[in-house]
Design a binder for this molecule. Structure first.
Ligand SMILES: [Zn+2]
Length: 204
């Protein structure tokens, strides 16, 4: 099986709880002496086996790290691990997952050596919001319910609001409309992507 490690949690000094995102589930597994193994780290894509155990969590075995070159880039690794943490919080209580989450993570990981990771994550997140029926592309302010006509701000989960209703860095309505329609950040400046990414860090 293959998946992405979204979170590890130390137990009893050297063992780890390991949460792995696969196409169908967020697997909660147990790894003996996991803290000693460099291949078990948040953000890594792994090939693995599960030893099912009636009394306890499945044991994570035969772990092989399927590395990406860009993981050596410290800045990208930090952004990546932030995204993994957010996904864990978002998915932790769901039993069966649609493949979109795994596929979006896979898309980001496969393209990250050539493209900005922040941009890839923002684009993935807009697709995820749309899939979950949470993409607000009608552009009404969630504070006052009035339509937004020019500048806007985006709150957590990219909820649109008027700049005068919510004190935050303003964004251009036309550009955000285009992002929501095309799921592409191509028309956005890096500074605008930084703003969107910091909003994303507030929670998915
Ligand atoms: Zn408003």
């Amino acid at each position: 099986m293959q998946g992405y490690i979204l979170r590890t949690q130390k137990v009893k000094d050297e063992d780890l709880l390991v949460y792995v995102l696969t196409p169908k589930n967020l697997v909660k597994s147990y790894r003996f002496y996991g803290a000693r193994h460099a291949s078990v780290m948040s953000g890594y894509k792994i090939d693995f086996e599960l030893n099912h155990n009636e009394l306890f969590l499945p044991h994570l075995r035969s772990v092989l790290h399927l590395g990406f070159m860009w993981l050596l880039d410290r800045d990208k690794l930090i952004i990546w691990q932030q995204f993994m943490r957010l996904l864990y919080s978002h998915l932790k209580d769901i039993d069966e997952l649609d493949e979109i989450y795994f596929n979006e993570v896979e898309n980001c990981a496969q393209n990250c050596d050539k493209q900005s990771l922040k941009r890839l994550i923002i684009e993935s997140y807009v697709r995820i919001l749309e899939y979950e029926g949470r993409l607000h592309s009608e552009f009404e302010c969630f504070v006052c319910d009035e339509p937004i006509l020019d500048e806007l701000v985006l709150a957590r989960a990219f909820l649109p609001a008027h700049a005068h209703c919510l004190p935050k860095t303003t964004l251009n309505l036309k550009k955000i409309k285009e992002l929501f329609d095309t799921k592409s950040t191509i028309m956005l400046e890096d500074s605008e992507c930084d703003e969107l990414f910091s909003t994303l860090l507030e929670g998915l």
